[in-house]
Design a binder for this molecule. Structure first.
Ligand SMILES: N[C@@H](CCC(=O)N[C@@H](CS)C(=O)NCC(=O)O)C(=O)O
Length: 218
């Protein structure tokens, strides 16, 4: 399998942690996409993903998948332990819901903040991302504030249970981990009083797939 991505970005991290957790690293070749040079907007890449974003998984049988949840769902279902997307209908529903909440409440607003509230990936992306930047700067900054305001929700959930969707580490935690790291990396504040979130961060950092990848910048 080939995965087209850019190491260190949040969605690359979501997929790379799953690859590591599932023991699939030997089966994957990573192909670097230069996001700063806008390679993801070139024709060859748009044929893989018309949305022009990474990561993209290309399998030997010709299957091409984009969107991190689709890629991670596929990888998780390739074989057995650990199962990151849930075993029962109840677990699957909860994990899917929590992962969507992470996307809507954290990953998407931080992404908007990064690309519009700051200089984001820079000049080469301006034709696609920022034709009306800095007019959108206010909106980008508001999206950043929204992400920060949403963090106590996740802290509240993690006061009730050790992991985001229940008793076990799941894809929802991997997405929250990426969202938390993205928020921090983009310079958004994560309040000290969110102690359950900080404890969870330390706990997830000890999960072998996360711990082993963190030294490699995910
Ligand atoms: N919904 C997509 C989001 C993908 C995404 O935003 N990828 C970022 C890297 S983390 C990207 O390629 N950004 C480049 C751009 O926006 O042009 C997913 O789940 O994979």
């Amino acid at each position: 399998m080939k995965i087209y991505d850019r190491q260190g970005t949040p969605n690359a991290a979501r997929v790379r942690i799953v690859v590591a957790a599932k023991g699939l690293e030997e089966q994957v070749d990573y192909v670097k996409v230069d996001l700063v040079a806008a390679e993801q907007k070139q024709d060859w890449f748009l044929k893989l993903n018309p949305i022009g974003k990474t990561p993209v998984l290309v399998c030997e049988d010709g299957l091409v998948l984009s969107e991190s949840p689709a890629i991670t769902e596929y990888l998780d279902n390739l074989d057995g332990d650990p199962i990151l997307t849930g075993r029962t209908a109840r677990e699957k529903g909860l994990i899917c819901m929590m992962q969507r909440r992470v996307e809507i409440m954290l990953l998407d607003p931080v992404d908007d903040y990064f690309h519009y509230g700051t200089k984001g990936l820079g000049e080469a992306l301006r034709p696609w991302r920022m034709p009306d930047w800095p007019a959108k700067k206010d909106w980008g900054e508001r999206r950043g504030r929204l992400a920060v305001e949403n963090l106590p929700y996740f802290d509240g959930v993690l006061r009730e249970r050790p992991f985001l969707a229940g008793e076990a580490f799941s894809l929802a935690d991997i997405s929250l981990f990426a969202g938390y790291a993205f928020a921090k990396g983009a310079g958004l504040p994560i309040a000290a009083e969110l102690t359950a979130l900080h404890d969870w961060w330390a706990r997830v950092g000890e999960v072998p797939a996360v711990k082993n990848r963190s030294g490699q910048g995910f």
